[in-house]
Design a protein around this ligand. Sequence first.
Ligand SMILES: *Cc1c(COP(=O)(O)O)cnc(C)c1O
Length: 453
Amino acid sequence: MPEALEQWEEGLFGRLLPRHLAIIYEINRRFLDEVMARFPGDLERVRRMSLIAEDGAKRIRMAHLAVVGSHSVNGVAALHTELLRRRLLRDFAEIWPERFNNKTNGVTQRRWLHQANPALSRLVTEAIGERWLTDLDDLRRLEAHAEDAGFRETWLALKYGNKAVLAAWMDRALGIKVNPQSLFDVQVKRIHEYKRQLLNILRVVALWLRMKDAPERDWTPRVVLLGGKAAPGYFMAKLIIKLCHDVARAVNADESLKGRLKLVFLPNYGVSLAERIFPASDLSEQISTAGTEASGTGNMKFALNGALTIGTLDGANIEIRDAVGSDNIFIFGLTEKEVASMKASGYEPRAFYEADAEIRRVVDLLASGFFSPEEPRRFQPIVDGLLGGDPYLILADFASYLAAQERAEAFYRRRDAWAAASIRNVARMGFFSSDRTVRQYAEEIWKIRSLAS
Ligand SMILES: *Cc1c(COP(=O)(O)O)cnc(C)c1O
């Protein structure tokens, strides 16, 4: 996001690092000479590309400095690299196209499958041998086992076992009881508005209201798990955590649901907790506004552990969809292009609010103070954010998200089909090993040879 690109105020920079500032000015002088030689008279371009922003108080553009000083610049997923080339650093890519390249992130199967999920590691090794530990593409050979009914049964039983382990931990550590037969629907990642934990919580409210309207329907039991840390100064992120707790208090106490919906906030999310969570997940929530998540790696860890993704076409989700196939993932929402054009034409969240009774009901309930009777206006900043501008297009994607959740729920009931899709997700994760990523950095950027090859 452009607003996240660091820019340092020149005054501060000059007081702290006077010599560096002098050198940056010299780099800028030589660099802009080059730009002017390439594009004579194009002063607008010179202004855009300068290492110093001069609209208002002068600021040092750290990203521009980094690109000028580097021999290689990469995004961490295909879409992200394209956005760098076409939007964020377009002028730079025009001068130095050869400098720009993609390196899609990866995760290590040694930690995120072998260590974190010993039961699945054992089953995979029994099925195809242990080569996958150092060559993740070898997981392909699991593909055939998706056709094997006995293997699918074993696969589901193993997932159930992992869910029972996590449920026992939640009972022990948090005093919360959940039914491990439920669909474990999980969003764990840093709390950030662009990652849209708020969209997830609002959908829990919508689902809760639907269940209360039709308690007799045979709803698939769900446990929605949310976890992640907020930066200490990030007011909205902390308010979203508060909202999660307040909604959980209302939903979990509602006996009319007969335990078919639980919402749990998992505190102190970090790698150790992550290692417990991924093996026990059925559904992986990757729901950022398209164009905002550079890659994501949580998405890869979930899929490697047999969770199916519900997500937007953002970051590496796109490449995960390409790898696992559209039948084995739940995609919803606006694309990056649609987001850009909706914003350009003046996005009106109020229009979605007015047009959709379900959105209205959920937002009004928040605004009414229902979830925080002790402080009825607690979530007013969230309501104002949604109706005021909704920069992450939560209301625009809301209906599409709920529809995708319905597809996921219906598919989860087809246990055999779900198992096959889960096996195919794991079998097709080879590309997402960090071994592949590191190899590409070594060969294509650092130009060094592996000692192992
Ligand atoms: C993988 C991981 C992340 C990154 O998650 P994303 O969903 O890609 O944002 C963050 N924190 C921890 C502890 C992780 O293990």
